[in-house]
Ligand binder design. Structure first.
Ligand SMILES: Nc1ncnc2c1ncn2[C@@H]1O[C@H](COP(=O)(O)OP(=O)(O)OP(=O)(O)O)[C@@H](O)[C@H]1O
Length: 261
């Protein structure tokens, strides 16, 4: 049987030196991600989600353990694994079209191929008529769609997303979540998403890794056995929501500490 595994995280640990004291942020994290999967890392603010994502993406080095993608140890960022940040810095002096095109820099393709590719992904995120605008002329949701188009334009195997929709209002967030699922279905891009939004994790993910804090550890993995697109109001959806809330031992007051529930 072919190995479907794309990412393997093995016994990963990360400590930072804070004013001469070693602070352990991640402890003994092991997980894998299959090709074509959407997985979420869910945990409260400060548990180490971004650090884990940065290590998978090659932006940070682990203190112990390792990450492999396609069997190769991750040493540095790669075009095949794009990172999408919450407030992805679009270049303000470049038009939307030129910002998306930036993802293709260094790739050998003709001007017409390049234009076609950029247009395809602008269309995919619903911005085909906005190519000549500048980022500051757009809403936050639209800017994030530009960033998504820029991440997708290289057609990478995997996208890492660090709370990509956190800054958006509910309408834009739901819209982009649906768009993301459609794009993923078409492109088969593997997605690793970091979020503190429980509904977002259930809506998008095939599996959820739940992280606890101090130090950050994966304390449970939940497989979401629901077909997509999912119905947020269905009792099956609520079943997973309840499980997760119980797992994080949420009481009424604790729910104010950094989770969207
Ligand atoms: N470069 C660094 N140097 C020192 N400490 C760091 C560094 N990067 C992260 N940390 C610390 O590691 C811990 C985890 O941070 P991280 O950003 O990974 O958490 P997070 O779960 O993504 O949080 P949030 O949801 O708020 O973004 C925090 O206590 C943070 O202060």
């Amino acid at each position: 049987m072919p190995d479907n595994k794309l990412v393997q995280v093995s016994n990963l640990g990360k400590s930072f030196d804070v004013n001469g004291t070693e602070e352990k942020v991640l402890h003994d994290i092991s997980l894998h991600v299959d090709r074509n999967e959407v997985v979420s890392v869910l945990g409260e603010s400060g548990c180490g989600k971004s650090t884990l994502l940065n290590i998978i993406g090659g932006f940070e080095k682990p203190t112990t353990g390792e990450v492999t993608i396609d069997g190769k140890t991750v040493q540095k960022p790669s075009k095949n694994c794009m990172m999408l940040f919450q407030n992805y810095g679009l270049l303000p002096w470049r038009t939307v079209f030129k910002n998306v095109e930036l993802g293709l820099e260094g790739q050998k393709m003709s001007a017409s191929e390049r234009n076609e590719r950029v247009f395809k992904y602008l269309e995919l995120v619903g911005l085909e008529n906005k190519g000549q605008q500048f980022p500051h002329e757009m809403s936050g949701g639209m800017q994030q769609r530009v960033a998504i188009a820029r991440a997708l334009v290289t057609e990478p195997d995997m996208i890492l997303m660090d709370e990509p929709f956190a800054a958006l209002d509910t309408f834009n967030r739901y819209y982009l979540q649906d768009e993301l699922l459609k794009i993923q279905e078409r492109s088969h891009t593997t997605i690793v998403l970091v979020t503190h939004d429980i509904d977002e994790a259930i809506y998008l993910s095939d599996r959820i890794f739940m992280m606890s804090k101090n130090p950050g550890e994966i304390h449970r993995e939940i497989k979401i056995d629901l077909s997509k697109p999912r119905d947020r109001s269905h009792s099956n959806f609520q079943y997973y929501r309840k499980q997760i809330l119980e797992e994080f031992k949420f009481s009424g007051e604790k729910s104010n500490i950094g989770f969207h529930i």
